[in-house]
Design a protein around this ligand. Structure first.
Ligand code: MF3
Ligand code: CO
Length: 248
């Protein structure tokens, strides 16, 4: 069942999203060769606490951290660690913020220092693909229109779209209906309605789309060692078009 949110509930989620966006803006200034992702994770926990919010991922299905930190060939759900970020790495920081019981979810990929031309192009195209999807998140469209816009842009630029991890409805729970695939044919799937709130969070790879999971049970990597990037916003569908609740 898809839970339709009221204007007031969307406003609660926007407030959570505002804190999340501010946190990402801080992270952007912190990402440099030499920093570790556990330092970023600890910063996030402190930042959210200072803003009266909590990290929803911590404790979720046994996950131990406030953030996911996914470096280079890691697609998603990487553990923050004491490994030092190096010049040329790309890293995705993903988090879910809980403010008074209402959630917002946003992941962002960052370049560490100067990155290769291919890595930079992957970052740019992945962010663009997310916005192509958001553009299609309008009342009367179908979910497949969102999915297809993302896949079309990614593949036209020579990148592949991860299939195993998809966007999702969100509200007072991290994962609600509907499912939001980032690939598939247009004109199919559920019809989009005002009051639906969901994440759009494409993961694009330089090589094949397939993934494998490390023995830690969480860390998802590209099967061929290619790079992976991800951009994720939480959006609300309204009669006036999509509202990005996690806008930076
Ligand atoms: N933020 C992620 C998402 O986009 C969920 C992370 S899984 C967790 O759905 F267990 F770490 F929370
Ligand atoms: Co997320």
């Amino acid at each position: 069942m898809i839970i339709i949110k009221t204007k007031d509930e969307i406003e609660q989620m926007r407030k959570a999203g505002e804190i999340l966006a501010a946190c990402h803006r801080e992270i952007k200034t912190m990402i440099k060769p030499g920093i570790t992702t556990i330092e970023i994770d600890q910063f996030v926990e402190k930042f959210l606490k200072q803003h009266g919010a909590t990290p929803e991922q911590k404790g979720y299905k046994g996950y131990a951290f406030a953030t996911c930190a996914s470096i280079n060939d890691v697609i998603c759900h990487g553990f923050p660690s004491a490994a030092v970020l190096k010049e040329g790495d790309i890293v995705t920081i993903d988090m879910v913020v809980n403010l008074n019981g209402w959630l917002a979810d946003s992941a962002w990929s960052y370049a560490v220092g100067q990155v290769s031309e291919q890595a930079q192009r992957l970052l740019t195209v992945t962010e663009e693909a997310m916005y192509k999807g958001i553009e299609q998140a309008v009342v009367g469209n179908r979910m497949g229109d969102v999915s297809n816009a993302i896949q079309k842009h990614a593949e036209a630029q020579g990148f592949s779209v991860v299939r195993e991890f998809i966007g999702h409805g969100i509200g007072q729970d991290m994962h609600e209906e509907p499912q939001v695939p980032h690939y598939g044919p247009p004109g199919r799937g559920i019809r989009l309605k005002a009051g639906m709130v969901m994440t759009i969070e494409p993961m694009l790879n330089t090589g094949a789309w397939q993934s494998k999971i490390d023995s830690d049970g969480w860390t998802a990597r590209t099967i061929d060692g290619g790079l992976s990037a991800q951009y994720e916003h939480t959006i609300a569908i309204t009669e006036d078009g999509p509202i990005v609740l996690t806008r930076q």
